[in-house]
Ligand binder design. Structure first.
Ligand code: F6P
Length: 351
């Protein structure tokens, strides 16, 4: 029997288990390959460890229950220092006697796996996943849709309480250096202000927009979505806690609003954090993960390597992983249709 390894790498997201299920089902049922899970991404390779993944081998309910379970049963690592252990990882891979490997990851993890693949001459196929949606050359990725829905749900809840107390609610969301999550969830959740790393903004612009909302609509509440990776405003007088992502940019914007507002303003901050990575995968993420898993197995069995499965024009197609990595991280185009749409609906999106 041929032996296929599968691993999940980088930050987890809903839909990883769905993809694992699709790979195991298709590889075993359609091609009679053996599938083994590699625990904790490259750590599992380093230590030469595997988790058996048969149709009935997981638990009492079998592999099908994985369809709707968040996280990853294989475990994962984010920002591992794998490149210092290349020789050990290659030796670990060798010891596992794999015929091929499927890696589910974001651009950072896929770059590490691609580097290892070229050194070890592995047969390797990638499946893109990320709540940040910053992997290039694919219109959809596993995990993004569920994260957007989670943020929209939070915005709905915050809108009720904001309206009840005439408050400005600042909601800090993830996304690393990209603003896709903030922009798409902000539009879908009815935000009044959306700040993303790709578009500069001013504190003056934010405060003016809040004042206009108040005057025009007689509306004293507002929802402000802040991507964690935004930079400091061009007219800033304060410093955020630190400048890397996840360093309190929501709090920084709240402090600036309090400072610049010309009328009494009640501001509150919610940092959604890892809530955005948890939860049951949405129907859309299940569909993408299943289609990607199936396509990845077909590519493996037909002998391909160094490719990523990608969603383009309603179909799954293979793309060169080298090309994907060269174009990633994919950032929001400041002139995109979605940015224009937000502005036309009266949302302040910076410049
Ligand atoms: O890349 C996914 C992501 O959730 C980013 O949006 C966020 O900045 C980062 O991972 C958080 O990483 P960690 O889980 O290591 O704190």
């Amino acid at each position: 029997k041929k032996r296929l390894g599968i691993l999940t790498s980088g930050g987890d997201c809903p839909g990883l288990n769905t993809a694992i299920r699709a790979v195991v089902s298709h590889a075993t049922l359609s091609y009679d390959w053996e599938v083994v899970g590699i625990p904790y991404a490259t750590t599992g390779l380093l230590e030469g460890k595997t988790v058996p993944l048969s149709m009935h081998g997981l638990d009492l309910h079998g592999i099908d229950t994985l369809l709707c379970i968040g996280g990853t049963i294989l475990g994962s690592i984010n920002k591992g220092d794998t490149l210092t252990h290349i020789d050990e990882i290659l030796a670990g891979y060798q010891a596992l006697e794999l015929d091929a490997l499927i890696g589910i990851g974001g651009d950072g993890s896929l770059a590490i796996l691609k580097e290892l693949q070229s050194k070890g001459d592995w047969q390797f196929i990638a499946i893109p996943k990320t709540i940040d949606h910053d992997v290039a050359l694919t219109e959809r990725v596993v995990g993004f849709d569920t994260a957007v829905n989670t943020i929209v749900d939070a915005l709905n809840r915050l809108t009720f309480t904001a309206a009840s107390h005439d408050r400005v609610m600042i909601v800090e969301v993830m996304g690393r250096t990209a603003g896709h999550l903030a922009l798409q969830a902000g539009i879908a959740g009815g935000a009044d202000i959306i700040l993303i790393p790709e578009i500069s903004y001013s504190i003056q612009g934010i405060c003016q927009h809040l004042a206009e909302l108040r005057d025009r609509n007689w509306r004293r509440f507002a929802i402000v979505v802040v991507a964690e990776g935004i930079g400091i405003a061009e007219d800033s007088s304060l410093q955020p806690a630190c400048e890397k992502p996840s360093c309190g940019m929501g709090q920084y914007i709240a402090d600036e609003i309090r400072r610049c507002s010309t009328y009494p303003i009640d501001v509150r901050v919610s940092v959604l954090g890892h809530i955005q990575r948890g939860g049951i995968p949405s129907a859309s993420d299940r569909l993408i993960a299943t289609a990607f898993g199936k396509a990845a197995v077909d590519l493996v069995v037909s002998g391909h390597t160094g490719l990523m499965v990608s969603w383009q024009n309603g179909r799954v197609v293979p793309v060169s992983l080298d090309l994907v990595l060269a174009k990633s991280p994919l950032l929001v185009d400041p002139n995109s249709f979605l940015v224009e749409t937000a502005r036309c609906l009266g949302v302040y999106v910076g410049k």
